[in-house]
Design a protein around this ligand. Structure first.
Ligand SMILES: Cc1cc2nc3c(=O)[nH]c(=O)nc-3n(C[C@H](O)[C@H](O)[C@H](O)COP(=O)(O)OP(=O)(O)OC[C@H]3O[C@@H](n4cnc5c(N)ncnc54)[C@H](O)[C@@H]3O)c2cc1C
Length: 380
């Protein structure tokens, strides 16, 4: 079988381009400088149907395929990776497990308002002791009458400073195997659940929090998918989302490349546009070639999701190649800009800082290489 973009995919890309140019681009400077995500934006994304892209129409979603989802991510990240990260942490990581494993009542209470942008959601998996190694997770959930009492901490949790609920992963029975992890929906504010906003180098306007969880009571009806029932859901969500993250990094790379190409044609040094110096022209040629290669790998990954046969190693390859491409391309863009590349008034510094986030977030490049190596039957 083969894949290609349909007419509808092309129309979606055009619509997204217009939306991002008109409604996101004018806000980017201010929100990056103030390191805040515009409060109205989730509502706006909800009205546009962008918070439920992948979910069935019967559940209030758009019923679109993964290729469409990646087009949306690519175009959003072309303008702002920070906006795309906040959107994605909400719509993919945080509400997907509820859609997949939630009760009808949990879907009514949490999933549907989140799809409409009325409730902002966050996904709390990473911890101070366990980022790359989720099996090292330490947050405890002790059974008490009527619910569970949670204790622990979560680190680098996107959207948590303004979230209406956080999906918190915790261990109900630490004596079981490391993958015996449960997910709880913690409604905020909640006594004992403290979120402090972190200052970041990359994706500054996407809000990220450090969470302390001290004797937080979560009622039984906020346990998701049964006790220790959600580890496969978490893994599935991470794998699929790696392809999405790759689409984001493709958008960043394109953003930096287009800015650098424009600049190189306009900027004159010693009487010639710098694009005509072979050293610069070759950089631009390498950037264009790298982006083309990443693009087809990303959409091949998306197509594999749509065929329902994405394996973890393929997802890892897609993310590794595209995110590392974005780091290389955005760095090259800074070099092409010369001194201007270091100035904040140009976007390429931001693109580079943002690209670095995704050789770390959602599994570092080293972790992707481990996954790929294991698929080659190498014992690490
Ligand atoms: C901006 C941002 C937003 C985030 N949002 C969320 C979120 O919403 N929800 C959430 O749950 N998490 C989130 N994260 C956390 C993210 O998933 C982790 O930062 C990431 O998994 C890496 O974990 P760590 O930071 O603890 O690094 P560490 O695990 O401490 O890794 C440090 C270094 O050691 C390397 N390393 C670790 N283990 C191995 C190994 N086995 N083999 C080889 N090298 C190894 C890593 O590759 C890395 O280079 C976010 C992170 C960032 C930066």
């Amino acid at each position: 079988m083969d894949f290609n973009f349909s007419v509808e995919h092309g129309q979606l890309r055009e619509t997204m381009r217009r939306f991002c140019e008109q409604q996101i681009a004018p806000l980017v400077w201010e929100s990056e400088e103030s390191e805040t995500f515009p409060p109205h934006m989730f509502r706006r994304l909800g009205e546009m149907g962008l918070l439920g892209v992948r979910y069935p129409e019967a559940d209030g979603g758009g019923g679109m395929d993964k290729i469409a989802d990646c087009i949306i991510r690519e175009e959003m990240s072309f303008v702002s990776q920070a906006y795309c990260s906040s959107w994605s942490a909400h719509t993919h990581l945080a509400i997907w497990p509820i859609w997949k494993a939630g009760t009808p009542e949990q879907k009514e209470r949490f999933f549907k308002p989140a799809v409409r942008g009325e409730k902002i959601a966050a996904f709390g998996l990473s911890e101070p002791e366990g980022g790359s190694n989720i099996r090292a997770l330490r947050t405890r959930a002790e059974k008490v009458p009527g619910g569970y009492r949670l204790n622990g901490a979560k680190l680098y949790i996107t959207n948590s400073p303004s979230a209406a609920f956080v999906l918190a992963a915790a261990r109900t029975r630490p004596e079981l195997t490391p993958d015996a992890i449960s997910l709880f929906i913690v409604e905020l504010p909640s006594k004992g659940f403290t979120v402090s906003k972190l200052k970041k180098e990359g994706i500054r306007s996407s809000e990220t929090g450090l969470i302390y969880i001290e004797d937080v009571f979560v009622p039984d009806d906020c346990l998701l998918g049964g006790r220790e029932g959600t580890y496969p859901v978490i893994l599935e969500s991470l794998s699929e989302n790696r392809v999405g993250v790759a689409a984001s990094t493709l958008g960043i790379a394109r953003g930096a490349f287009e800015a650098a190409l424009r600049y190189a044609k306009e900027r004159h040094v010693a009487g010639r546009p710098i694009a005509q110096y072979q050293a610069i022209a070759h950089k631009l040629a390498d950037m264009a070639a790298d982006i083309e290669a990443a693009k087809w790998l990303v959409y091949y990954g998306a197509w594999r999701v749509d065929q329902d046969n994405l394996d973890a190693a393929t997802a890892a390859k897609v993310k590794l190649v595209s995110s590392e491409t974005a780091v290389r391309v955005t760095e090259a863009a800074i070099r092409i800009f010369g001194g201007a590349g270091i100035m904040r008034e140009y976007p390429v510094g931001r693109f580079h800082r943002d690209a670095l986030v995704y050789v770390i977030g959602e599994g570092t490049s080293e972790i992707q290489r481990n996954i790929i190596a294991r698929s080659l039957e190498i014992k690490l």
